[in-house]
Each structure stands twice: as structure tokens, then as C-alpha cells.
Design a binder for this molecule. Structure first.
Ligand code: FAD
Length: 470
């Protein structure tokens, strides 16, 4: 039958991918309809991801910093935490940003529909909204439906003491003891927050290393600091079962190889942070003829087109890395191609950041990858123990490492561990995108005394123009 309305462009999902695509397309003169199942725009990142986690991590960092000041002769005493007030602050941060999106959508005349969309054909959608079901036909569609938490069947329970990242960010309480299953970025960020707020945290990770994607030498300073903060970090260990009991959640462990693990323990709270899966399986993509792989990902070309030419896909739903800054860049490409421009997604690198304390950030080729893939490389490493600023900050555990192509001396990768590493890595990303070599970086005058100098120094170490670090 005939659809209730016809639109030129529909965007499904309002996360960093969806809202960016909608706004860019509107700015290019298109009539845009944006569909979001929640009342608030912003998707995972703004509501239950990047933004609330960073708001809480800031508080955690201040607590840690205040404690460290005791060494410098300044004593603040034990922090008193008003969890309701902290939660309100986090909610106000999220509210400012999602409210901002709503007014940006409004000023661009983006038609926002609150409801859940599913394909019914290659040119039609059904939308399930509070006001009842409607149908929409479209010329072009951009799928930005994102991803969701995955919980292994063995961890599924209705017990409120077993939570995922969304539950952890709700900040309902500060449990006395907490087990975090998964030593990836999300798990460790939450470990940082809850341990600074006063929980006794245990982390369990299946792989031999926490943050398995980052080089071991970059993880080492974080690991060392975390060991002084949390109760225990169990690597090469898996959780075999969890059992909610009256006095806590009983957890059984096993070694990763299946042999006997540590003794079972009881926890007040268990956070499952074992991964996310794309929502490709929840939108009836097959009815539009859009191919979804068995994991739920949708394949796209570099113009962000799916196998169906007029249907695009962006963000977490198209593949790794599942990061907001990847989604926003893909979104602009999809919107521009929809508007008839010849854009393409051609980023050569996408930075990754763990906003832990210290932060770990990396971009391009890692040393581990270079070794595994037989990529020829040489490093320039600058230890922060030689940085005046890091010494003044009393945070000398950091390290800045650049990887160079030994023939061209161009930067091919970089990794930084230390305070503000996430901000510092942007320069390395720019250097790689611009094809900079070591002297381009070393000869660029960096402000003194800053941590940004460590990037220039790493290039100079590689070039041999600095040799006397100590
Ligand atoms: P999403 O943000 O997942 O948005 C998809 C939207 O689509 C959702 O609002 C959903 O409700 C809606 N939707 C889905 N299906 C439908 C449908 N059928 N109809 C209507 N609406 C639908 N990334 C970073 O880069 N930096 C960070 O610091 C960071 N921290 C994170 C911390 C946590 C705890 C988590 C969970 C994630 C974090 N991420 C971070 C990842 C980041 O949130 C995602 O990469 C990003 O949100 C992906 O954007 P997206 O637009 O693809 O999808």
C-alpha cells in the first residue's frame, strides 16, 4: 500500500553518526527526516557512552590529584561524596549536549520522529512510535543504528547487582566491592571511576594484557598505577559463572586455558564490560536487500554505500573501530554523497584513546602490529621523566613513542601514555595524514614547557639530534 508520507532522505538513529549526517545533509539543502527510538538525541555516545563517562572520569582524576597533593604539602582530607549531586552533574552535562542537538536539529528544520524504524522494502520503512505505527517511503536512507551491549548468556540475570556500562554510568550507588569483567577501554574507565569513588575493584581479563589493542610498553605505566589502586587485576582469567546470592554475587573463575583459576569470590556488584555488537540484525535490513553479516555489521564502500546503492550506513554498524569520531567522519561523507557531492572516506588512520589515569592513546601502526605484520619500522621514544612539565606535574611515568618508516623517515604510527595522552595524539594523527617526516615534527617549534614537546622530542630522538636524555 501507499506510505503515510514520502521523504527524500531518512536517517535511522541519532548518535554521532546519525545527527552529523542529518545536519550535514540539511546544511547542503536536503530535506532530512531523522528517526530515533529514544526521546533524547545523541545515541550511545552522548547519553550512555563517551560523554557521561568522561564527566565522571574528570571527578575521579580530581580525587586522585587531590590525594597526590599530600606529597607536595597540601592536604585536602578524605573526599566526601554526595552521589546524588555527582549524578545530577553528569546528567546536566548530558542534558546540555542532547538539548543542544535538539535545537540544532530544529534550526536546520530536520524533521525528528521519535520511534523505532524497520525496513519493509528497499524504499519503505515502518515506524513504531508512541503515537502508533506509521510508514514512510524514501528516496535515500542512511543507517546509523549503532551498537548495543553484548552480554554472554552465562552472565544474563535480572539481578540489579549485575550491571553493564549503561548501569555503571547511572551511578545508583558506590558498591563496597565490585568485579569488572573485561579489561578493555570501557571496563578500565569504569574501574578508574569506581575505585576513586571508593569501591574495592577487581578486574578480570581473558587476554594476557589489559587494553589488548595497545602496545605492552604503553600499558605498563597504567598497569603499575592501577595495581596501587584496585584490589586485583586477574589477566589470562575468565569468569566461569556468576550466581546471585543474598550476601552478594558469587563468581567462579577459571584460567584462560581452562585450567583451575583463582578461588571463587563474592562481590557486591558485577560490571560486565565484555563488548558491544552492531544493531544490523534488528532493522529488517533483508527486506531492503541490504546485506548484514553474521555479526550484525553492514559492509559499505568508501562512499558509505551498502550493497543497495541508495541506502548508506555509517558508524558502529559498519565495523571497527566502534568510535564516535569515526562515525562523525563517515557521516559527513554519506551526507555529501547523498547530496550529490563526490566525497569519499579516505582517512588513513583513526586514533584510539583509553581515558584512564594515565591515559593511553595510539594511532596508525602499533609496534605490536608492525612486528606481527613484518612492517619495517624504527622508533623514537621520549620518556616523560625528561620532560620539565611532566616533572612539575609529578607525573613522569608517561612516554611518547613514534614509529617511522626507516626509508622515508615518515611517521607511520604513534603511541602515548601519560596525562592528557588523548589530546596529544591528535598531533600524531595529523602528522600521519600529512605525510610528515621526523624533521617536519622536530623542526616545528612546540611551546615550552608543555607535554606536546614530547612529540617533537620523540622525533628528535629518532633523528639523533637529542641523545642525552638523562
Ligand atoms: P549510536 O551512538 O549507537 O547511536 C545509534 C542510535 O540509533 C541510538 O540512539 C539508538 O537508539 C538509535 N536506533 C537504533 N536502531 C534504531 C531504529 N531501528 N530506529 C530508530 N532508532 C534506532 N567512543 C569514542 O569515540 N570515545 C569515547 O570516549 C567513547 N566512550 C564510550 C564509553 C562507553 C561506556 C560506551 C558504551 C561507548 C563509548 N564510545 C566511545 C563508543 C561510542 O559511543 C560509539 O562509537 C558511538 O556512539 C557510535 O555512534 P553511532 O552513531 O554509530 O551509533
Amino acid at each position: 500500500g501507499k506510505a503515510d508520507a514520502h521523504v527524500p532522505l531518512v536517517v535511522i538513529g541519532s548518535g554521532p553518526g546519525g545527527y552529523t549526517a542529518a545536519f550535514r545533509a540539511a546544511d547542503l539543502g536536503m530535506d532530512v527526516t531523522l528517526i530515533e527510538k529514544y526521546d533524547e538525541l545523541g545515541g550511545v555516545c552522548l547519553n550512555v557512552g563517551c560523554i557521561p563517562s568522561k564527566a565522571l572520569l574528570h571527578s575521579a582524576a580530581v580525587i586522585a590529584e587531590a590525594r597526590a597533593m599530600e606529597q607536595h604539602g597540601i592536604r585536602f582530607g578524605t573526599p566526601e561524596i554526595d552521589i546524588d549531586k555527582l549524578r545530577h552533574f553528569k546528567e546536566s552535562v548530558v542534558g546540555k549536549l542532547t538539548g543542544g542537538l535538539a535545537s540544532m536539529a530544529n534550526s536546520r528544520k530536520v524533521n525528528v520522529i521519535n520511534g523505532y524504524a524497520k525496513f519493509t522494502s528497499a524504499n519503505t520503512l515502518s515506524i513504531d512510535s508512541k503515537d502508533g505505527p506509521t510508514t514512510l517511503s524514501f528516496d535515500k536512507a542512511i543507517i546509523a543504528a549503532g551498537s548495543r551491549v553484548t552480554v554472554l548468556p552465562m552472565f544474563e540475570t535480572d539481578d540489579p547487582r549485575v550491571i553493564d556500562s549503561t548501569g555503571a554510568l547511572e551511578l545508583k550507588e558506590i558498591p563496597k566491592t565490585m568485579l569488572i569483567i573485561g579489561g578493555g577501554i570501557i571496563g578500565l574507565e569504569m574501574a578508574t571511576v569506581y575505585s576513586e569513588l571508593g569501591s574495592e575493584v577487581t578486574i578480570v581479563e581473558f587476554m594476557p594484557q589489559i587494553i589488548p589493542g595497545a602496545d605492552k610498553d604503553l600499558v605498563a605505566p597504567l598497569l603499575k598505577r592501577l595495581k596501587g589502586q584496585v584490589k586485583e587485576i586477574l589477566t589470562k582469567t575468565k569468569v566461569e559463572s556468576i550466581r546471585p546470592l543474598k550476601g552478594g554475587i558469587s563468581v567462579k573463575f577459571a584460567a584462560a586455558d581452562g585450567s583451575e583459576g583463582p578461588e571463587p569470590q563474592l562481590f557486591d556488584s558485577v560490571l560486565v564490560a565484555t563488548g558491544r555488537r552492531p544493531n544490523g540484525d534488528l532493522i529488517d535490513a533483508d527486506k531492503a536487500g541490504v546485506a548484514v553479516d553474521e555479526r550484525g555489521f553492514i559492509a559499505v564502500n568508501n562512499q558509505m554505500q551498502t550493497n543497495v546503492e541508495h541506502i548508506f550506513a555509517i558508524g558502529d554498524i559498519v565495523g571497527q573501530p566502534m568510535l564516535a569520531h569515526k562515525a562523525t567522519h563517515e557521516a559527513k561523507v554519506a551526507a555529501e554523497v547523498c547530496a550529490g557531492q563526490k566525497s569519499g572516506f579516505e582517512a588513513s588512520v583513526i586514533p584510539s584513546v583509553a581515558y584512564t589515569d594515565p591515559e593511553i592513546a595510539w594511532v596508525g601502526v602499533t609496534e605490536t602490529q608492525a612486528k606481527e605484520q613484518g612492517i619495517d619500522y624504527q622508533t623514537g621514544v621520549f620518556p616523560w621523566a625528561a620532560s620539565g612539565r611532566a616533572i612539575g606535574n609529578d607525573r613522569t611515568e608517561g612516554k611518547t613513542k613514534l614509529l617511522f618508516d626507516p626509508k622515508t623517515h615518515r611517521v607511520i604510527g604513534g603511541g602515548i601514555v601519560g596525562t592528557n595522552a588523548g589530546d596529544l595524539i591528535a598531533e600524531v594523527a595529523l602528522a600521519i595524514e600529512m605525510g610528515s617526516d621526523a624533521s617536519d615534527i622536530g623542526l616545528t617549534i612546540h611551546p615550552h614547557p608543555t607535554l606536546s614537546e614530547t612529540v617533537a622530542m620523540a622525533a628528535e630522538v629518532y633523528e639523533g639530534t637529542i641523545t642525552d636524555l638523562y
